[in-house]
Design a protein. Sequence first.
Length: 224
Amino acid sequence: MVSTTHPINKLPSKAGDFPILRVGLTGGIGCGKSAVANILESCGAAIIDTDLIAHEITAPGGLAISRIAQQFGSEMILPDGSLDRSNMRELVFNDPSSKLALEQITHPLIRQIGEERAYAALQQKPPYLVFVVPLLVESGQWLLQEPPRIDYVVVVDCPESQQISRVQSRSGLSIDVIHKIMASQAKREDRLAVADYVIENQESLQALEDKTRVLHKLLTTYKK
């Protein structure tokens, strides 16, 4: 059983050769990482959302669409030219090789665009950068990299039952699909194990905002 008490609040570590602190923000589906990112953005942080980038490159005319069609066939592309997410989700849940093939198409593009946006964001002189990465633990592309890609890991956490109810209410996905998505993500304890800071999101939106503003104050104590 995962403990609901996380006294993890150490200060950020040295940010390598990058000019400002880079924060990796993650959490399981339905935990509330997008809400936390929005609050941090309102505090002045620069946000690079890798999930948003993934949607952009698989939208009509997106950079990944032609390669996805070539790799998986036109049946994976909707009439409007976007990725058929439902079909692709079913395929990758049942075929690890297809999951790997999709990642080999999308991950390099997401990384390239994310890095471009990070450097562009520096022009606005934010106090720090936040990379929102749903699969930060799972992908193997973010942690323990040399040179480092991020300097500080924030995990948004809540009980799995709460994840399920939130996803159901906002997306209408079936319980079976939600369970499959959760099974494809890192275990809750694995996310918590890599966290430098944990935000518990089990209460109201106001409570989440209060906790996130405490995090913001901590992050702004970092001086390059």
